[in-house]
Write a protein that binds this ligand. Structure first.
Ligand code: ADP
Ligand code: ZN
Length: 207
């Protein structure tokens, strides 16, 4: 017997990785293809990220596609009711409400493509990306090139003393680094896990 496939099946795709890994490029590539196929596409980015443009997603290599700036993820739901495909960039800057919004959109039969940083500048998982990875059908993790040694890079190194999780910038303050070259900042409290640098110093002094 031939199985019956549901035609309007929705799903969630997540594109993750460190800064400069090409998440925006990959998101733009997928969205352009959908547009070529004459699908209705709605594209969003958070208000916090207007580094390059107010009304476009712009990659570091200057690919661009028009997008709408939203503050609250629930605005995405209201503005994509007519769309087949929903694209969301810099998803780590949205609150946890984004997870429910993506779930609802996929349940409505839409293709939801979300791009975002999976770790912050300390190497700690960056919500709500871990939750989105858990409920996504398709996951793409991509790497940049480590600016120190040329190996594949999965970490985002911040070159400023600022400790806040969100400091908007590009190659002026951030670098792609591999696991060996990544130097997480010093932990803020005594009971947080020790930094790699600190662990190295301790093991040197122990020997
Ligand atoms: P993301 O959205 O993941 O930050 P983008 O798609 O905006 O990444 O940018 C990817 C582009 O960044 C690359 O095509 C390249 O032109 C540029 N780039 C700058 N630094 C690096 C690096 N260290 N490794 C790889 N690409 C880099
Ligand atoms: Zn390296």
């Amino acid at each position: 017997m031939v199985p019956m496939y549901q035609r309007n099946l929705g799903w969630i795709e997540v594109i993750c990785g460190c800064m400069f890994s090409g998440k925006s490029e990959e998101l733009i590539r997928r969205l352009r293809r959908a547009l070529i196929a004459r699908q209705k596409v709605a594209i969003f980015k958070p208000k916090i990220d207007t580094r390059y443009s107010e009304d476009h997603i712009v990659s570091h290599s200057e690919l661009r596609i028009p997008s709408m700036v939203v503050e609250d993820p629930r605005e995405i739901l209201h503005n994509s009711l007519e769309s087949h495909v929903v694209g969301i960039d810099e998803a780590q800057f949205f609150d946890e409400g984004l997870v429910e919004v993506c779930r609802k959109l996929a349940n409505m039969g839409k293709r939801v493509i979300v791009a975002g940083l999976d770790m912050d500048f300390r190497g700690v998982p960056f919500e709500p990306i871990p939750e989105l990875l858990a409920i996504a059908e398709y996951i793409t993790k991509i790497q940049a090139i480590c600016v120190r040694c040329g190996n594949p890079a999965s970490f985002t190194h911040r070159n400023t003393p600022e400790v806040g999780r969100v400091v908007v910038g590009a190659d002026d303050i951030y670098e792609a680094r591999c696991r060996n070259c990544f130097e997480p900042p010093e932990p803020e409290s005594a009971d947080s896990p020790k930094s790699k640098k600190e662990q190295k110093q301790n093991s040197n002094s122990d020997s």
